[in-house]
Design a protein around this ligand. Structure first.
Ligand code: UT7
Length: 325
């Protein structure tokens, strides 16, 4: 028995904003953004499109690709840091209703940009240990809703989007989600968190204000490089695979320099690492499933390929997975 990613699909937000367009509105340049992050553009969701809409759209496409009915889904798990509602209900419940997966249990996972890997591990364990057969594992974030447009060091980094995987328990044992590493360092909680903006006037104090991203970029950068290295080392030790065994390494798309630093440490050839940050920027929990969906559409993922996912994010959290495709 094993748990496989049966299909994968994404929702790409339609409003494409280039670095030049951002530079026309704030004190930044295409040159700075590209040289410090590798980002060339980002995609934003239109007003009125919520995280659950993006997640439901990706989920419907994944169900179509898998040729299974929403009625056959046992669990809907949404990894997100930007839920439709703060606190409750879970965005996964809204998605469950929007796609008609009426029999499914539904809940959210809050693990920042590592959320998709956390959710995949949870789904995999639940399918292995329960009578459930199929889960929808979704990473979805609307970061444009919580961007602080006054802070150029974070405003240029993020985009919106969603990616969804149909994850199924099958009887054959050689393929699927083989191993996971999850970790966290909560002492860095305030290195990347949502903060209520200062209210300078009495008028502002009357109005509800949306919290915005606050990040200590250098601390998160250092954590990211260190945690990618630790996660890969722990995963190789646990599984006894060598890096040469992997066809693909799919990292969280936060900053091309972070990935290059980790790749240098292990001498991983550039062509084994899948990057699409130039087009989509950092879409948080959506970044890894969006990358996988794009790879799948391009025919880059072949049966039996060994694939490593690795991510890090708010919490601070990190995670890695080995999948036999
Ligand atoms: O999913 C996890 C989420 N977060 C991350 O992965 C982010 C991790 N951190 C990073 O990627 C990097 O720290 C950043 C990309 C956020 C920043 O890069 P950096 O090389 O650490 O830049 P810095 O913060 O040291 O700033 C260098 C300079 C500063 O100017 P001075 O003080 O040297 O004059 C900044 O004011 O760059 C300036 N700067 C900018 N200039 C133009 C900061 N943001 C911008 C900008 N455009 N957008």
């Amino acid at each position: 028995m094993s748990v496989v990613i049966r299909s994968i699909a994404s929702y790409i937000a339609p409003i494409r904003v280039t670095n030049e367009e951002l530079a026309a509105k704030m004190d930044t340049t295409d040159e700075w953004i590209r040289s410090h992050t590798g980002i060339g553009a980002r995609h934003f969701a239109p007003d009125g499109i919520q995280t659950s809409d993006m997640a439901a759209s990706a989920a419907k496409s994944a169900l179509e690709n898998a040729k299974i009915s929403p009625h056959d889904i046992d669990y809907v798990i949404v990894a997100t840091a930007t839920p439709d509602y703060f606190g409750f209900p879970a965005t996964a419940c809204i998605v469950q209703d929007k796609i008609g997966a009426y029999g499914a249990a539904a809940f959210d996972v809050v693990a920042g940009c590592s959320g998709f890997i956390y959710a995949l591990d949870i789904a995999s364990s639940m399918l292995e240990s329960s009578h459930g057969r199929n889960a929808l594992v979704i990473g979805a974030d609307s970061l444009s809703r919580i961007t602080n447009w006054e802070d150029r060091s974070t405003a240029v980094l993020f985009g919106d989007g969603a990616g969804a995987a149909v994850v199924s328990r099958i009887d054959e044992g050689a393929r699927g989600c083989l191993s996971f590493i999850l970790g966290a360092d909560g002492s860095g909680a305030k290195d990347l968190y949502l903060v209520q903006p200062e209210r300078s006037s009495a008028y502002e104090r009357q109005a509800p204000m949306v919290p915005v991203i606050s990040m200590n970029g250098k601390k998160v950068y250092d954590f990211a490089v260190k945690s990618i290295i630790v996660a890969i080392e722990r995963l190789l030790h646990k599984t006894m695979y060598r890096l040469e065994d992997f066809s693909w390494i799919v990292p969280h798309q936060a900053n091309a320099r972070i990935v290059q630093a980790a790749a240098k440490r292990f001498s991983i050839p550039r062509e084994k690492i899948y990057m699409n940050i130039e087009e989509f920027a950092n879409t948080s929990a959506a970044s890894i499933p969006i990358a996988l969906a794009e790879m799948s559409e391009k025919g880059l993922l072949k049966a039996n390929d060994l694939v490593m996912l690795v991510g890090f994010g708010a919490g601070l959290t990190y995670g890695a997975a080995v999948i036999r495709w």
